[in-house]
Design a protein around this ligand. Structure first.
Ligand code: 5GP
Length: 130
């Protein structure tokens, strides 16, 4: 069965898209731990990030780096933090989270922002993509 993220890639489930290229996609986490929390995924479904080939893994990280720079420009923050868990969705993904302090990187924080806010945050990040 296709993962929920494959359904997002296929357009079967909506998302607040931030960026996309041929092989990768970035969209806002539905329950962000901070506004701007973004997930970066390979379009091709694979469960575990560290099972990816070196080439695919490096390409994903390079794409995530571009997204992280756009995120930092769009959402004022001290750092963009990166994390890999994969405990909930079995489709490799990188979490990018704008943080002011270490305490902001808290996976127990699950915000639910209004759709208009999510849409405008995604548009702001997308506008900074180079
Ligand atoms: P993990 O698998 O790394 O533990 O966490 C998966 C993340 O995906 C969670 O932060 C969760 O909020 C997010 N998530 C789960 N389902 C969806 C969804 O349908 N759309 C989006 N945009 N994010 C989701």
């Amino acid at each position: 069965m296709a993962s929920i993220f494959s359904k997002i890639v296929a357009g079967e489930i909506p998302c607040y898209k931030v960026a996309e290229d041929e092989r990768h996609m970035a969209f806002l986490d539905i329950n962000p731990m901070a506004p701007g929390h973004t997930l970066v995924i390979p379009k091709q479904e694979i469960d575990y990030l560290f099972d990816m080939s070196d080439e695919d893994y490096l390409a994903l990280e390079l794409f995530a780096k571009r997204v992280a720079k756009a995120l930092k420009a769009a959402m004022p923050c001290a750092r963009v933090a990166e994390a890999v868990l994969g405990m909930e969705v079995p489709h490799a993904h990188i979490h990018l989270v704008p943080i002011q302090t270490e305490a902001d990187m808290n996976f127990r924080n699950k915000l639910s922002l209004p759709g208009d806010d999510m849409a405008s945050i995604a548009a702001r990040i997308a506008a900074e993509m180079k």
